[in-house]
Structures are given as structure tokens and as C-alpha cells.
Design a protein around this ligand. Structure first.
Ligand SMILES: NC(=O)c1ccc[n+]([C@@H]2O[C@H](COP(=O)([O-])OP(=O)(O)OC[C@H]3O[C@@H](n4cnc5c(N)ncnc54)[C@H](O)[C@@H]3O)[C@@H](O)[C@H]2O)c1
Length: 354
């Protein structure tokens, strides 16, 4: 039996990780930790979790095999490091951490402790991602040289007034919250790492008109006290040049007068692809190519998956030694570099060169 403890009993734990872990036969969610006593009690009762902790440092010393980190972003690095030092394998929620320095510390600890460390990027398990990555690896797209990634909301600030909108606890707004999903997904599909030049800009245009965006789900907010202010950007955009010459354009917003949704594209020398919003089932992936000299489009069949379940299943398989973590050190460091670079560049009005 693999015994798992969860740090952070909020939206993602209640909606995805706890119920999904409890579906796996030889896994037991043994412990749960949250600084919010009301939520802690509710979640422990609802999911029948025997051990409860207010203090995460006490929980990681318990007799557990693994810890799943679902706390505010600024705690991820220290909690991952302490958990691995206490002998636990770690599944850590995106954005993994706030700085490249923290990411490097995490991987030094992985090397020292030989624990499994996996970043939670569920979009890697989507059917769209699986299909496109296979085609990239098979050489179907040729050289992938330009990527676009976009995650836009019209009015939708998560947890307005909670840690989500605190610069110190979240590290930033939509770019670190949801832009990170898109950056990781397109880099993973295209096998791209090593960002060299990052240029970014952020905007704070909706501070007075901020509207809570429905995440975390209302029925997972037991005892939350949203007393903070909107301290982060509502839109961020970035332009990244990689060591091999490829370029990424990324944009992420929680509020704006714009179209909405998740979109991405890759441009390759032999073919290109567009991934529209996966919730739009009538609008599947479109591949732009040439067949025998004729410009043509391909609409591939996309496998049906349960990405959040497949993510925790993969983590458990890594603990059992059956798989390697899907997220590699260089990939995570590249994603963190891009986000850190966008914020630094926005602050300094100059490009960040790595
Ligand atoms: N992979 C995804 O699709 C996805 C989706 C949503 C959130 N997330 C990530 O998961 C994490 C949690 O997000 P959420 O939406 O569940 O937020 P949430 O606010 O619903 O839950 C976070 C919980 O952490 C608790 N907490 C705060 N400080 C703590 C501490 N020091 N120790 C223990 N618990 C503490 C809070 O009281 C809260 O209950 C974030 O890093 C977020 O980026 C990932």
C-alpha cells in the first residue's frame, strides 16, 4: 500500500487529486494538511482521511511514502524539498515554484535524496498532446520553429482576495497561474528547452473592476477569508527566443475585453498544427500540411482520456519504479525561466538574457 499525504485541501485536491488517488487500488490517502481548520475537517470527513495536520512540517515527518503539494505557489519549493529530505516522493502542483533558483534547489534535492519528483502538468496527458508529441517525435512536422500559446479569460480572477491575488503567495497573476499550463504543453510537444531571450509585459487594468472567476469551485472554499487585494497582473504577454532559434509567443489573462479560451499553434517546416480549446468538441486539432504537393488539412482522431487521473496514476507508477517522471529537470527549469523572465522583463522594461 502506497501511503500519500496531501498539503492543501482546496480546489484541486478536492476536485481532482484526492478522488483520483482513491480510485487507485494500492494507494491510500493517509493524511491531509491545511492551515484552514474548517476546510481541513470538512475534507478529512468527506474523503475519510484518517490523519489531519495544520502544520505541513509535522505531516512530512509522518510515515508516508509520498506527498502531493497543492498549497499556494510560494510554498511549493520549501515543501517539496523538506518532503524529499524526509524520504517522501513528491507530486508538486504547477507552476512548480517561483524562481529558477528554487527550481535548481528542488532538483539538487532530487539528486541527493533519489526521490521521485514530478510536476503536475495535466495538459501533458491530454489526447491532443499525446497525438501531437508523437507526430513531432516521428518527424512529421519537420523543424518546429514558431509556437503560439494563449489562455484568455474575459472576467475570471481565481480566488479574488485569497492567496491567488497576493504577489507574495502566488508570485504573479494569470501568466504563472494558467499561462504556465500552455507554456509547458507547447514546449513539451515540441521538445523545446533552453530559452535564451525573454521579453515580457504585464497589465493591471481591471483592479477596480475585478470579478471573482469561479475557481476554486465555491463548494471547495470552506472557511476561506478573501480579505486581500488584487496585487498581480490581469494580463501578461511574453516573447521567447530559444537557443535553437525557435520562438514562442504566449499570452494569459484573467480579465480583458478579448476573445476567450485556450489556443495554441505550432509551425513546422513540413506541417503545422492548431490546438483550439479542447472543451469545444466540434473543433478538434487541425494539422496544416501538404500531400503530394497539394496543400491539405488533417483532422486527427483524438484518444479519450482522463488527464487528471492519468497524471496521478503516472506518479504512482513512478513510485513503483514502472515509469520515469514525465516532467524532466531541464523542462521544468525552462518553464520557470520563461515565467520568471516575463515578470523580470516587465518590471525592468528590458529583455532578460539567459
Ligand atoms: N493542475 C491544475 O490544473 C491546477 C488547477 C488549480 C490549481 N492548481 C494549483 O494547485 C495549487 C492549489 O490551488 P487550489 O486551486 O487548490 O487553491 P485553493 O485556494 O483552493 O487551495 C489551497 C489550499 O492551501 C491552503 N494553504 C495555504 N497555506 C498553506 C500552508 N502553509 N500549508 C498547508 N496548506 C496551506 C489554503 O488554506 C487552501 O485551502 C496551486 O499551486 C495552483 O496553482 C493546479
Amino acid at each position: 500500500m502506497i501511503k500519500v499525504g496531501i498539503i492543501g485541501a482546496g480546489g484541486i485536491s478536492q476536485v481532482a487529486h484526492i478522488p483520483n488517488l482513491q480510485k487507485i487500488e494500492d494507494v491510500k490517502v493517509e493524511a491531509i494538511c491545511d492551515i484552514n481548520q474548517e476546510k481541513l475537517n470538512f475534507v478529512a470527513d468527506k474523503f475519510n482521511i484518517p490523519k489531519k495536520f495544520i502544520d505541513w512540517e509535522k505531516m512530512v515527518e509522518e510515515n508516508l511514502d509520498a506527498v502531493v503539494i497543492c498549497s499556494p505557489n510560494s510554498y511549493h519549493a520549501i515543501q517539496s524539498i523538506k518532503a524529499m529530505e524526509s524520504g517522501k516522493h513528491v507530486l508538486c502542483e504547477k507552476p512548480i515554484c517561483l524562481t529558477v533558483e528554487e527550481a535548481e534547489e528542488i532538483f539538487k534535492t532530487v539528486e541527493k535524496t533519489k526521490r521521485v519528483f514530478m510536476g503536475a502538468f495535466p495538459r501533458r496527458f491530454l489526447g491532443e498532446t499525446i497525438v501531437l508529441k508523437k507526430l513531432v517525435n516521428d518527424g512529421f512536422f519537420g523543424e518546429v520553429y514558431y509556437l503560439k500559446a494563449s489562455y484568455l479569460r474575459r472576467r475570471g480572477i481565481p480566488g479574488l482576495g485569497t492567496w491567488f491575488t497576493s504577489k507574495k503567495l502566488a508570485g504573479g497573476g494569470p501568466m504563472i497561474d494558467v499561462g504556465v499550463h500552455m507554456i509547458d504543453m507547447v514546449l513539451y510537444i515540441a521538445n523545446l528547452t533552453e530559452p535564451k531571450i525573454v521579453f515580457g509585459a504585464t497589465f493591471e487594468k481591471f483592479k477596480d473592476k475585478a470579478i471573482d472567476g469561479g475557481w476554486p469551485p465555491i463548494d471547495t472554499r470552506q472557511g476561506d477569508k478573501p480579505t486581500g487585494k488584487m496585487e498581480v497582473e490581469d494580463l501578461a504577454t511574453g516573447f521567447v527566443k530559444f537557443s535553437n532559434g525557435a520562438v514562442l509567443f504566449v499570452e494569459a489573462s484573467w480579465a480583458g475585453n478579448s476573445e476567450v479560451g485556450l489556443k495554441s499553434s505550432l509551425f513546422g517546416t513540413k506541417a503545422g498544427a492548431q490546438l483550439p480549446d479542447p472543451v469545444d468538441s466540434k473543433n478538434p486539432i487541425r494539422i496544416y500540411t501538404e500531400t503530394n504537393g497539394v496543400i491539405s488539412d488533417i483532422i486527427p482522431e483524438i484518444p479519450k482520456v482522463d488527464a487528471y487521473f492519468d497524471e496521478v496514476k503516472h506518479f504512482i507508477e513512478c513510485i513503483k519504479g514502472e515509469k520515469e517522471p514525465i516532467t524532466k529537470k531541464q523542462e521544468i527549469i525552462s518553464v520557470v525561466k520563461i515565467i520568471e523572465g516575463i515578470y523580470k522583463s516587465a518590471e525592468t522594461n528590458s529583455p532578460v538574457i539567459y
